[in-house]
Design a protein around this ligand. Structure first.
Ligand code: FES
Length: 345
């Protein structure tokens, strides 16, 4: 057998990985690029069409180093639009698998687990859309406060994040029962700081009586805001609205909501990508289910569930944000100021 016949091309290797089969069907129309939010919002050099060309042309190292290999979050907006019905994220996933096997690493900052606090419940493993988390066991350093800060080394189970698979959606952090997972830039404290950093008008907490006007907190998924009109509107929201940016609506926890209401916010709006368009696959649906549970909890506390609302912002939105904000303020105005009874804490 000749040497040539035993050496597989880069394209053959990608083709051999499940998902990489339809690589050669691409005729470089560029529809995928026109649909891609990463190219539009984050990385101008992101280009699935070009990556597929690199594979076909045996440009292995260039493909492994290309941002497209690492930044695709498998939102699949391009899949629905591709005239050749190529599952492009699956092809990119095949390239990424080969890159990892070749020793390349993701440039993204992964979620971090405090292994001492983790009790390996596995919730993060279940919610991670990228199968980036696993349960492992090993030695962990624990500070025992009962023993005056003595440091102990214990053998225990904990969650471990694969830095090459984590896409930084934050679903693990918002689902963690031990609050031991953090995402750089979007820790609980950093999100809380965002809420505090913007000036309320008028004042904080809200004025009551005749001076009352609705104070609304809005959590907005970064990926959902695409149209220029919406971006401009968010940069200067109307009086009484405070905006907190999150990587995905799925990063919003019930604790953020309840704490904000407890502090005197009259209403909360969570804005996410519409179903089928979440950049992190299903973070929006996880959040929707979570909000339904939170509303039940509010009901038990005697707080009107209408004070917390979830809204989708479709990819083709053109200035829809202002309407959503006005609708929310109108609803809260009808409900009046929140009455958080002191006995609720
Ligand atoms: Fe927008 Fe998940 S990325 S809701």
């Amino acid at each position: 057998m000749s040497h040539e016949s035993t050496v597989r091309s880069f394209a053959d290797e990608v083709h051999a990985i499940p998902g990489g089969e339809n690589l050669e069907l691409c005729y470089s129309c560029g529809t995928c690029v026109s649909k891609c939010l990463i190219q539009q919002k984050v990385e101008p050099d992101y280009n699935p069409r070009r990556l597929l060309r690199m594979v076909m042309m045996d440009m292995r190292e260039e493909a492994f180093e290309n941002p497209t290999t690492w930044l695709c979050s498998s939102c699949d907006l391009c899949y629905a639009a591709c005239p050749q019905e190529i599952h492009i994220s699956a092809v990119i996933g095949a390239v990424k698998q080969l890159a990892i096997e070749a020793g390349y690493t993701s440039p993204l900052t992964p979620a971090h687990v405090d292994t001492a606090a983790c009790f390996a419940c596995g919730t993060c493993i279940e919610v991670c859309p990228y199968k980036a988390i696993s349960r492992v066991s090993g030695e962990v350093e624990i500070t025992d406060r009962m023993m005056k800060g003595t440091t102990l080394i214990v053998e225990k189970e904990f969650a471990q994040v694969d830095p090459n698979l984590c896409m930084g959606c934050g679903l693990c952090a918002s689902s963690c029962l031990a609050s031991c997972i953090t995402l750089d830039g979007y820790t609980d404290t950093q999100i809380d700081d965002q809420a505090r950093a913007v000036d309320w008008s008028p004042g904080w907490p809200a004025a009551s009586g005749a001076d009352w006007s609705p104070q609304v907190l809005v959590f907005v998924c970064n990926w959902s805001v695409r149209a220029e009109a919406d971006v401009a509107y968010l940069s200067a929201p109307p009086d009484g609205i405070r905006v907190v940016r999150v990587p995905c609506s799925g990063r919003v926890t019930p604790t953020f909501l309840v704490t904000a209401l407890q502090k005197g916010v009259d209403g909360i709006l969570v804005i996410g990508c519409q179903p089928g368009e979440c950049h992190y696959q299903e973070g929006n649906l996880v959040e929707q289910a979570r909000l339904a549970m939170t509303k039940n909890f509010l009901d038990l506390l005697g707080i009107e569930e209408w004070r917390v609302q979830f809204a989708w912002l479709p990819t083709d939105s053109r200035g829809a944000l202002s309407g959503l904000f006005e609708q929310m303020i109108g609803r809260v105005r009808e409900l009046g100021p929140i009455a958080w009874r002191p006995e609720l804490g």
